[in-house]
Design a protein around this ligand. Structure first.
Ligand code: PHE
Ligand code: CO
Length: 316
């Protein structure tokens, strides 16, 4: 079981069927749940606008909420050296003091200056199309609530700690920032092509659980890893999970798990490589992947192809 959520926009991006629950209440927007569980959605969707964004009511965080954030932040920060990529470590300080949950408007101002991105509040998971539209407009949706103290190690849905600590530092990197916007635009197109399941795997295995090969060795850049108390070491320095080179069609063929540490990680060489590999039109890529899956089936998480090169875990 993953300790920090292995989610993110991840359950949003899960292979599970979407099952939006409609409240029938005439304020705000319908809450969203993913998968078939009977768990009620957690956020307050009544306060959301039509685009699913909501104001961050910063004053309503309690002292305990700020303390949870500070403890999560501190635990993750001390694990970063040797495990997180340099770009993440260089930018994590932009989140400001660890002592309190950041204000989205202050962070947005700094991000806007750096890469033209903004942070927008959301009550929780939002529908795919709303999510894609925000990314395409360089707006990153951040869940406004924080996990309860008893959820310190594991929270089922992404919360403000995952969304901010995991995702926001790399939005300060120009290449990664452009990749995220391109992903949003690609999502809008994938919706029309009925290819969201394939595209979601790309998000999962890069934005959430991506590894990067550096001269110093493997490092993590995926938000689901970087915000997790246990998966950071697991992904980089523990034998067991498979670590294979990023290859777009191979990745899109690969299923994933949302309730455990990943069994497979995909390794990029650079953010430029990621951006360039995903720049071409995906329409023929989706067709090719569908054909392969029809002929040979999907690949399961943890499955490695014959002759496929694997990256060794870092010692330690
Ligand atoms: N090139 C992709 C397409 O045509 C768009 C995209 C870019 C998707 C980056 C994901 C990531 O659909
Ligand atoms: Co996420």
């Amino acid at each position: 079981m993953t300790d920090a959520l292995s989610s993110a926009r991840s359950s949003l991006m899960s292979n599970a069927p979407v099952d939006a629950t409609h409240s029938g209440v005439n304020t705000g927007v319908a809450p969203v749940t993913y998968g078939t569980g009977d768990r009620p959605p957690r956020g307050d969707y009544a306060k959301a606008q039509a685009d699913y964004t909501c104001a961050q009511d910063w004053a309503q965080y309690s002292a305990a909420d700020h303390d949870t954030y500070r403890r999560l932040y501190t635990r993750q920060l001390q694990q970063l050296p040797g495990l997180a990529c340099d770009e993440f470590i260089a930018a994590v300080g932009k989140l400001g003091t660890p002592d309190r949950i950041p204000r989205f408007d202050e962070l947005s101002e700094a991000l806007m200056k750096a890469t033209g991105w903004q942070i927008v509040g959301v009550p929780g998971l939002i529908p795919e199309e709303a999510f894609f539209a925000l990314l395409a407009a360089r707006k990153f949706p951040v869940t406004d609530w924080i996990r309860k103290p008893e959820e310190f190690d594991y929270v089922v849905e992404p919360d403000v700690f995952h969304d901010l600590f995991g995702h926001v530092p790399l939005l300060f990197n120009p290449v990664f920032a452009d990749y995220m916007q391109a992903y949003g635009a690609g999502g809008m197109k994938a919706s029309r092509l009925d290819a969201c399941e394939l595209l979601a795997r790309l998000y999962w295995y890069t934005v959430e659980f991506g590894l990067i090969d550096t001269p110093q060795g493997l490092r993590a850049y995926g938000a689901g890893i970087l915000s997790s108390g246990g998966e950071l070491r697991h992904s980089i320095a523990v034998p067991g999970p498979r670590r294979v080179a990023f290859e777009l069609q191979r990745l899109m063929r690969t299923r994933y798990r949302i309730d455990a540490y990943q069994a497979t990680y995909f390794v990029i060489n650079s953010f430029d490589q990621l951006f360039e590999a995903t720049a071409p039109d995906f329409a023929p890529v989706y067709d090719a992947v569908r054909t392969t899956i029809a002929q040979h089936g999907p690949l399961e998480a943890g499955q490695v192809l014959e002759g496929e090169r694997e990256f060794a875990p870092l010692p330690g």
